[in-house]
Design a protein around this ligand. Structure first.
Ligand code: E4P
Length: 288
């Protein structure tokens, strides 16, 4: 395979997308893909799903689930041990029990599933139930250090890996330096037991990717376009003189106690709410 001569980063590389053809292409280019993340917006863009919707054949909920299942079944054997993240359908009123029901079902689709729950009170309850059953989880739409602290506390004792996905690009979009959130969570988790791994998400450019390596994110999920650019530049890694030009205002580090009960942390974030609404809209655009 190509590029074996390049040093592989310590950060695991996941493809952020809903098209298995992208996963295949990146696997050829890099020589490996550690994992994949999907979400309702990315599934709506899958060529097969988009074609059905465009031709006027919107899907029933069960057909949508079948399409989602087929997509992750195709991706599953292409990736390494970072698995395939599958996101439950949740709007702002979905209960933890309902998310958990979906999570259990999705977990049965493939052997290397990570179930994505939103970083909300109900999502964290569902994550708590899941890890107690040995289901691997990825808590998505994380925009603050206190949300990441809640993820840590809600999943304490997990015997399976837990991912938290801080969204870099969407914080940049509102004038905050998204990379600071990765740095702050890594610093906070250094005092913990290591059961939650940081999965840098909403990566929009090479700067985000290299800085995620630099801050020691355990995983990074990256659109195929950015990975192709990285390969095109010879798969660089950040050197000792690496510096990142901040985007927007600094997100300051907070002193938080990871041993507090999870529901005492401030879990609310407007971008989490907006993110859920966008996922719902994109999901519904495919449904009859
Ligand atoms: C991955 O898990 C996330 O859903 C994804 O990185 C979000 O990226 P975006 O902010 O570019 O939509």
């Amino acid at each position: 395979m190509a590029n074996q001569k390049h040093t592989r980063p310590a950060t695991k590389i996941l493809v952020d997308g809903g098209n298995p053809e992208d996963t295949k292409e990146i696997r050829k280019l890099l020589g490996y893909v550690d994992g994949q993340t999907t979400n309702p917006s990315l599934i709506a863009k899958n060529p097969n799903v988009a074609r059905l919707v465009k031709s006027g054949q919107k899907l029933t909920q069960s057909q949508e689930a079948d399409e989602y299942r087929k997509i992750v079944e195709t991706i599953s054997p292409l990736v390494g041990d970072a698995g395939v993240s599958i996101e439950v359908f949740a709007d702002l009123n979905t209960t933890a029990d309902e998310m958990f029901r979906q999570g259990r079902e999705m977990n049965s689709w493939i052997p290397n599933a990570y179930i994505k729950y939103p970083c909300t009170t109900e999502g964290l309850k569902a994550a708590h139930y899941s890890v107690s059953e040995g289901i691997r989880v990825n808590i998505t739409l994380c925009f603050s250090q206190s949300q990441a602290a809640a993820v840590y506390a809600a999943t304490k004792g997990a015997t399976t890996p837990v991912y938290v996905s801080p969204f870099i690009g969407r914080l940049d979009d509102i004038g905050q330096n998204g990379m600071d959130l990765i740095r702050n969570i890594k610093r906070m988790y250094a005092a913990g037991d290591g059961h939650v791994l940081v999965l840098a998400a909403s990566i929009r450019n090479l700067g985000h990717l290299l800085c995620s390596f630099h801050y020691g994110a355990e995983l990074a999920t990256v659109p195929a376009t950015v990975l192709k650019e990285w390969v095109g530049q010879g798969m660089p890694l950040p050197g000792p003189t690496f510096s990142y030009k901040p985007v927007g205002s600094e997100i300051k580090y907070e002193n938080l106690n990871l041993n507090q009960p999870w529901d005492t942390f401030d879990i609310q974030h407007d971008l989490t709410t907006k993110g859920i609404q966008k996922f719902v809209a994109d999901y519904k655009s495919t449904i009859r």
